[in-house]
Design a protein. Structure first.
Lengths: 107, 114
């Protein structure tokens, strides 16, 4: 089992601010997935990153996979209250999740 | 868009009772999973299931737990003799393939053990 560490654990920001959250491991991942979970719902896939150094964009969200495929980041530009949620990363091979970053965007 | 459905949405049971949580995965998916999320905590892997048998299970998935695909559509998690610490959200997920294939989650069953 590959352990994933996510940071920060909690993040509270004002609408319009930018933020970055991180997902790190000591192991190499073949691929990694990011999910968002809103209260009372199951996680929903945002993106899968596969290639070292890969950058994927989803509107205001930018995902990066580290060159060594041991870490990943999620950057949100001009955060909105609708971005509030728990952001989770998971190794796409063993489907284990990190503890997540709980993001609150205040209007 | 097809979705994973879970029933019931909320189950209250007394300590020591057995509960069965039900899931209907997406119809053309082949891999099935159960996860647990204690309130405010992380999403914990319990078990994965493929080709009518358990592929992998975590240390949480002890003899108290079992899974079954009794027919072509349902996927169930049974908890025998529930304990207070089993209170949590239980999520079912399915995927078409393994490795890189997205997990599709249901909205969970909130289990409360009193």
């Amino acid at each position: 089992t590959q352990l994933l560490e996510q940071s920060p654990q909690f993040l509270s920001i004002q609408e319009g601010e930018n933020l970055t959250v991180y997902c790190n491991s000591s192991s190499v991942f073949s691929s990694l997935q990011w999910y968002r979970q809103e209260p009372g719902e199951g996680p929903v896939l945002l993106v899968t990153v596969v290639t070292g150094g890969e950058v994927k964009k989803l509107k205001r969200l930018t995902f990066q996979f580290g060159d060594a495929r041991k870490d990943s980041s999620l950057h949100i530009t001009a955060a909105q209250p609708g971005d509030t949620g728990l952001y989770l990363c998971a190794g796409a091979y063993d489907m284990r999740f990190g503890a997540g970053t709980r993001l609150t965007v205040k209007p | 868009e097809p979705e994973v459905t879970q029933t019931p949405s909320h189950q209250v049971t007394q300590m020591g009772q057995e509960v069965i949580l039900r899931c209907v995965p997406i119809s053309n998916h082949l891999y099935f999973y159960w996860y647990r999320q204690i309130l405010g905590q992380k999403v914990e892997f319990l078990v994965s299931f493929y080709n009518n048998e358990i592929s992998e299970k975590s240390e949480i998935f002890d003899d108290q737990f079992s899974v079954e695909r009794p027919d072509g559509s349902n996927f169930t998690l049974k908890i025998r003799s529930t304990k207070l610490e089993d209170s949590a959200m239980y999520f079912c997920a399915s995927s078409k393939e393994t490795n890189n294939s997205p997990l599709h989650f249901g909205n969970g069953t909130r289990l409360t053990v009193t």
